[in-house]
Ligand binder design. Structure first.
Ligand code: ZN
Length: 289
């Protein structure tokens, strides 16, 4: 473990940081430590404003139970993670379309602000990324047709290009917004700082997106060095992303949702006491975001 991540870093609080009631806990942040019920209780204990469950946590207790647990808590649900994976079977199949339909139903059941879509990368053995992108656009169109009938927003999460092969072939906000423009209303973007912070076109694309298309905002940090492509995200303030600047930029467009904290961290935060993790998140929300 590097010093950078184990040492608490003392920072003066910057005026205007995020209080916990403006934060949402993405359950992936404490995935190995807490069940959905524990996540909900932890959010209440630490004064968080909301939660964003992954489907595995919802399905562990069943959708109806999950919906009840969350409803009784009064927490806002900043999103359900995740739908998508349209390219998983090489072509758009009924089973993939059905699974996304179920994901929309789950998002409705738990009262989520949106269903977050990780759209899928290349099909196994394929080198046809243009073809993958066509499949994805078609799949999103099919999901959106259904989502509109139940009034659930669909949020495309552009993923960092390092995931283009295995997770998502939509890799920039511009690319996601082009798809949104093609498909019309009811669809927008989930802005995850980890995936988009590097993009020279980010700020103009956030302007282009505006309030209508910015459906979610995800926080963590980019560590130097990054030791694993997937599970070495940093706690806010431990990396190189201008978190305050990006948060202000989405708010300038009118985004008024919660700031969702989503940290995959195999070697650090997943190994800590989850209440300690929550305390650090609350602290960094105030001082770094
Ligand atoms: Zn995210």
């Amino acid at each position: 473990m590097s010093k950078q991540q184990t040492k608490p870093i003392a920072r003066p609080a910057i005026e205007g940081g995020l209080s916990p009631d403006r934060l949402s806990l993405n359950t992936a942040t404490v995935r190995p430590q807490w069940s959905l019920q524990q996540c909900v209780d932890g959010c209440l204990r630490h004064g968080f404003g909301g939660i964003a469950p992954w489907r595995d946590k919802v399905q562990e207790v069943g959708v109806a139970n999950a919906a009840r647990i969350i409803r009784e808590s009064g927490l806002r649900v900043s999103g359900l993670c995740r739908g998508g994976w349209y390219t998983a079977q090489g072509a758009l199949t009924l089973s993939v379309i059905d699974d996304n339909r179920r994901a929309i139903d789950e998002a409705v059941a738990i009262g989520a602000d949106c269903l977050v879509m990780v759209v899928g990368g290349l099909a196994e053995g394929s080198k046809d990324i243009a073809g993958a992108r066509e499949i994805v656009t078609e799949g999103l169109a099919r999901t959106l047709d259904y989502a509109r009938t139940v009034d659930m927003a669909v949020a495309i999460e552009p993923l960092h290009p390092m995931y283009a092969a295995d997770r998502a072939c939509v890799n920039t906000v511009k690319q996601a917004l082009d798809i949104c423009d093609q498909l019309g209303t009811g669809i927008g973007v989930a802005i995850d700082v980890y995936h988009v912070w590097w993009d020279p076109a980010l700020l103009p694309q956030l302007k282009r997106a505006g309030k209508e298309r910015i459906l979610a905002f995800h926080l963590c940090d980019w560590l130097l060095p990054t030791r694993d492509l997937l599970t070495d995200r940093g706690m806010m303030g431990d990396g190189v992303i201008d978190l305050r600047g990006l948060r202000v930029a989405v708010e300038a467009e009118g985004f008024d949702g919660l700031n969702e904290v989503e940290i995959f961290s195999e070697q650090n935060w997943w190994r800590r006491d989850a209440d300690d993790v929550m305390r650090v998140i609350a602290d960094r929300g105030r001082s770094c975001c």
